[in-house]
Design a protein around this ligand. Sequence first.
Ligand code: SF4
Length: 325
Amino acid sequence: MLPFTLETASTPEEAIRAAMTGGRYIAGGTTLVDLMREEVERPEKLIDINGLSLNTIAVDGKDLVIGALSRMSEVAAHTDVLRLQPLIAESLIEGASPQLRNMASMGGNLLQRCRCPYFRMLDAACNKRNPGTGCAAIEGLNAGHAILGASASCAATHPSDVAVALIALDATMTVQGLEGERTFPVEELFLLPGDTPNLEHSLNQGELITRIRVPGGPHTRSARYLKVRDRESYEFALVSAAVALHVQDGIIQDVRVACGGVGTRPWRMRAVENALKGRAPDNTSFSAAAKLSTEGASPLSHNHYKVELLPRTIVRALEMAGGVQ
Ligand code: SF4
């Protein structure tokens, strides 16, 4: 690991000022320290933000508000999260080992780096780690890579599970900068790779994630997260689906579908949702709608299987959420 300096911030303003001069925030450090050890990340200054009061979990009307420094394990076990937004709890439990969940913060989870193996190999071509060097995955080992949203420059998937659930639930996030706060949909945090895969998110220099707001609604009670992976624990999604359904009088009134493991960012499936609204919650409707999930898919040499696995995963998640067997 290369040398670095460590500062401790006691207020958000202090943290932001330190970050404006090139520092990086550290909370749980579960991704950052790992990558620093491998010298993939080389920050010269870290700003410890663990002392900031950003770890509350509260109910505001029908909404759930989660502080960005809340640990994954705290959120997953919180009574109000389990009562109001069980999809978030389920995605967190599926997202990491217990040790990691105890350390990792919600904000850090959203900003975690990709798991493409070449990203961590310093001698491999990787536009994300080293812009302009090429992409070893395009012609290499790409079974875990994206079939949606990839470019000739990068096809790495975003690894967060809870981000998929938050996007399905129309969650927003608030960030604080020197000029004040701004709030936007979590979905808008993640950038497509295009020609600049090194730019992964829409935060400005120094902006600090402070909280996440998840709106309530009748769809939240029939919601499930299904994660398909090579092994049952401590593994990233080959395909995952976060779904939420509101059915009344035998008709789907509202439905949310977002997927992980298939896109270069967590992927909201709006065509699938539109095809389901107004239909009966049965296997015929689910299967017909799920076929729309692969529109525009561009599989690579080793990930064609995702084109078939993606709609199957969506159908099974809808069946689990809707009680259809
Ligand atoms: Fe790097 Fe992206 Fe290519 Fe992986 S897929 S090698 S992260 S540029």
